[in-house]
Design a binder for this molecule. Structure first.
Ligand SMILES: [Zn+2]
Length: 485
């Protein structure tokens, strides 16, 4: 029988913090600025230039630690990681070695964070992936490779970078996907990063090995570098796990190496073989004092937001919406804020959530708009919900009104008025239409009296026709029954 293999995955995620200035100098942090426009002697690594700590970056990292249940160290320090690399002119990077700012903690995975096609078969629901540590360092410059030369942009050099290291606690590509999705949501909730992988604000290195089932020792660890999309991570891991299993099953052996994912060919390719662990000759950064985090932790605790899981539970209990709807809503901070801005005063929060998750989401997708660009405000949408609830218009008309609201940003009442959609709810008017229908359809009336209750639906249809679709259907039924008794 063929041996079964168990994959083991650990992820290192680099996150660009949303500070206004760089980690150790006053240069602005700005995505997309013209190359080398945000530099100074500190971030260009001039000899003798002295770093000055950006306290906001420390606070954001500590906040991330609080959100992920880490222990935040009372004292941490910075170290020099020495190496030669063209994108690091100092020949060292200021990082944290043995006393990082955060230890332990974990990332809770929720069901909807898994890829859609994997949500039906989640192996370990409510799993929490353990973290090893979170530390803070400075980012390096960015190289651009042209045909015959390489250009270096130092705008990114020295920007604050948080590294979140997981334990080898992940066992499938789908769990890795859920981990990154959940982590990204929490970072956005805390406003510490926009965590957009396409913009390089969140980057991921994967460590993956396989071992035969029934053995304890981990297999040879292979690293996949610089992944820039969550779905790419899933594909790369699936490919790499199968590649390793194929090599081992054919009697081959694996070397510890670093590979690169090529999304176009769907393969990982060898970058370099790791002959030995790098010796970075870490030593304490002599230009920076150790950091006492206790001086700002009270403020950081006050900044801790309600997290996606907490919001989900509160939405269910406060607004009576389903757990599924609450999970979808809480997965997106902006969507949750949209819902809640009207749900607080809504008479029908459950209907409001239905409208948001169905019609509104589809309209946004079709017009390629984000919730921030939504032409219908939450209170306008709730007004529509109220109008339907009061029976002023029916469900079919409501869809028409919504489409017009989305196109024009007009209020529901204004669209109903303009289109002359108001349901006829005047009892006298409906009663006269009902009498007309009864008079014109003696056969249906006779059948109704003979006990065929469904005949009343035919009469209802006739009244609706006479009213040109505007009569309130609930009222028609009541009046017909009364007149026929
Ligand atoms: Zn600078």
């Amino acid at each position: 029988m063929a041996t079964r293999y168990i994959p083991t995955i650990g992820l290192e995620v680099h996150v660009q913090l949303k500070t206004r200035s760089k980690m150790f100098c006053g240069c602005p942090v700005e995505y997309g600025a013209s190359p080398n426009s945000h530099t100074c002697p500190v971030c260009l690594g001039y000899p003798g230039a002295l770093p000055v700590m950006n306290e906001e970056a420390l606070r954001m990292t500590a906040l991330t630690g609080l959100m992920l249940n880490c222990q935040v160290a009372e004292r941490c320090k910075f170290d020099r990681k020495n190496y030669f690399y063209p994108d690091m002119p100092k020949n060292y990077q200021i990082s944290q070695y043995d006393i990082p700012i955060c230890l332990g903690g974990g990332v809770p995975l929720h069901d909807l964070a898994y890829p859609k096609d994997a949500q039906k078969c989640i192996l370990h629901p409510n799993k929490v992936v353990s973290l090893t540590r979170i530390h803070l360092e400075e980012d390096v410059a960015k190289s651009f490779h042209f045909e015959t030369s390489t250009g270096i942009d130092f705008n990114r050099a020295g920007t604050p970078l948080m590294e979140i290291v997981s334990e080898p606690d992940i066992h499938t590509p789908e769990e890795a996907f859920a981990y990154l999705t959940s982590l990204q949501q929490i970072l956005v909730y805390g406003d510490v990063s926009d965590a957009d992988m396409e913009k390089g604000q969140m980057r991921c290195d994967c460590n993956v090995s396989v071992r035969p089932e029934g053995t304890d020792a981990l297999g040879t660890k292979i690293e996949i570098k610089n992944m820039n999309s969550i779905s790419g991570v899933r594909r790369a891991l699936a490919y790499e796990i199968q590649r390793q299993i194929d090599v081992l099953s054919a009697g081959g052996s694996l070397a510890q190496e670093t590979r690169r994912w090529d999304d176009a060919t769907g393969q990982t390719n060898l970058m370099r073989i790791k002959e030995s662990a790098h010796d970075y000759r870490y030593f304490p950064e002599p230009d920076l004092l150790p950091v006492d985090t206790t001086v700002f932790m009270d403020e950081v605790r006050r900044r801790r937001p309600e997290l996606p899981a907490e919001k989900r539970h509160r939405f269910v209990s406060d607004y009576g919406i389903t757990d599924y709807d609450a999970t979808v809503m809480a997965s997106d901070r902006a969507l949750a804020a949209y819902f809640e801005s009207a749900a607080k005063t809504s008479a029908k929060p459950k209907s409001l959530s239905n409208w948001i998750l169905n019609d509104l989401q589809s309209a946004l997708a079709a017009s390629e708009k984000t919730i921030a660009e939504c032409p219908v405000t939450a209170s306008q949408l709730d007004e529509l919900v109220g109008i339907v609830d009061k029976g002023v218009i029916n469900g079919k008309q409501a869809k028409e009104v919504f489409a017009e609201m989305f196109a024009s940003s007009k209020s529901a009442a204004a669209v109903v008025e303009e289109k002359g959609l108001k349901q006829e709810s005047d009892l006298g008017a409906i009663e006269s239409l009902c009498s007309q229908a009864i008079e014109a359809n003696p056969k249906a009336v006779a059948e109704y009296h003979a006990g065929k209750a469904a005949s009343i639906n035919f009469l209802k249809g006739q009244v609706m026709k006479l009213s040109q679709g505007k009569a309130n259907p609930a009222l028609i039924g009541d009046i017909l029954v009364k007149l026929l008794s």
